[in-house]
Write a protein that binds this ligand. Structure first.
Ligand SMILES: [Zn+2]
Length: 75
């Protein structure tokens, strides 16, 4: 179980996240699967469309990461 900082519930954690690094460890340790799915299956695309982000652009990737942290209450 993971105590999720976004929804504040003890819920099933994320098992499918393979990325390495500080932000990903934070997500693995502090975000539940439901909130992560909400971002990955829905919000991420909305943010990308809203700001017309191009993931081959480093600045855009950085911006998307900031938006992700914001959405997941990790700031
Ligand atoms: Zn949650």
């Amino acid at each position: 179980m993971t105590q999720c900082v976004k929804c504040n519930y003890d819920k099933k954690g994320i098992e499918s996240l393979v990325f390495q690094g500080e932000i990903w460890n934070k997500i693995r340790n502090n975000i539940c699967m439901d909130c992560w799915s909400e971002w990955e299956d829905d919000m991420q695309m909305k943010v990308m469309n809203e700001y017309t982000l191009d993931l081959s652009n480093k600045q855009h990737r950085k911006y998307l990461t900031e938006k992700m942290k914001e959405f997941l209450s990790l700031n």
